[in-house]
Design a binder for this molecule. Structure first.
Ligand code: NDP
Ligand code: A1CAB
Length: 272
């Protein structure tokens, strides 16, 4: 079975480790994690029964796959002391960092087989959405391993060129935050209309879940599902008119463009 090392044991690593174990995709004994925060390492080892390390070198010592789950800003510094070992051992490197290019990852790690991936936090529940892109040095077997790792926590989609990962970041990487923002706003508005916080929260959460599930399961578009809620001359029509008058679609486009631009900017700022 594949030995996996996570460098960085934060939010995303926790989500993916949880998914891998829950789905039986990996045995706890085959997973190593390293993080400077000793409490975090202890918590992960206790929760999942995996090997915890404070030293990144120890974590990667026998890894077939090294998953880089640190913030983009520290990626170069984290890889520098590992470069000799990685160059010599040549595991597959899988980076989940926003906006760190394959060229930078290759030059900082010395690895040849590299997969860039953009997951999202619902991976914790097995409901993640990940975009992946691989160098041509990644073998079919390694590609299948990367795909299986991410499919253990949701769906995986391979993109055709590296630049598309910036768009994936904007749509699904950051996407959960947009839905949470809308939920925050609906709960606030519900309270202003007289509901208790608890009731507004319950109704908003269940409505988000129901709408998401309907969109997934229906054989018609989101636009058609929206039309079916919208009675002519009714309440939804008024709300939708209000959103359209405030140019919601333009706002969404501007927000996603800003996220995608930021991913590209990070790659320029943090690259060599
Ligand atoms: N959060 C999200 O929704 C998504 C995040 N990503 C990407 O995932 C990556 C991780 O994000 P996220 O999990 O949210 O971030 P977190 O900050 O939760 O996790 C990063 C972890 O790396 C640790 N770390 C810092 N320095 C080192 C080091 N030298 N060696 C080992 N570990 C180290 C941090 O420790 P400490 O806190 O002590 O510094 C922290 O625990 C980022 O690159 C981000 O772009 C991708 C998709 C979605
Ligand atoms: O906000 C970020 O930069 C990371 C990448 C996608 C989600 N979180």
């Amino acid at each position: 079975m594949t030995q996996i090392a996570f460098i960085g044991g934060g939010n995303m690593a926790t989500s993916i480790i949880g998914g891998l174990i829950k789905q039986g995709e990996s045995k706890p004994d085959m997973i190593h994690v390293s993080d400077p925060n000793a409490d975090q390492v202890q918590q992960l080892s206790e929760q999942f029964g995996i090997h915890g390390h404070s030293d990144n070198q120890q974590a990667i010592a026998s890894a077939d796959v090294v998953i880089m789950a640190v913030k983009p800003q520290v990626m170069k510094a984290v890889l520098a002391p590992l470069k000799d070992t990685l160059s010599q051992r040549q595991p597959m490197l899988l980076s989940i960092a926003a906006g760190i290019s394959l060229t930078s990852l290759q030059s900082w790690s010395g690895c040849e087989a590299i997969v860039r991936c953009m997951p999202n936090t619902p991976s914790l529940l097995g409901l993640g959405a990940s975009g992946l892109f691989a160098t041509d040095k990644v073998s079919i077997d390694q590609r299948n391993i990367a795909d299986a790792l991410l499919r253990a926590v949701g769906i995986s989609v391979w993109v055709q060129n590296e630049a598309e990962l910036d768009a994936v970041t904007a749509v699904s990487g950051s996407g959960p935050a947009y839905y949470f923002l809308l939920m925050e706003a609906m709960i606030e508005a519900g309270k202003k209309l007289g509901l208790s916080e608890e009731t507004a929260t319950q109704l908003t959460q269940q409505t988000a879940l129901g709408a998401g599930k309907m969109a997934m399961e229906a054989d018609v578009s989101a636009a058609e599902l929206r039309r079916r809620v919208t009675s002519p001359g009714g309440t939804t029509e008024r709300a939708i008119q209000t959103f359209e008058a405030a140019h919601l679609r333009d706002i969404v486009e501007a927000a996603l463009t800003a996220a995608s631009d930021r991913a590209a900017e990070l790659s320029k700022q943090l690259g060599d």
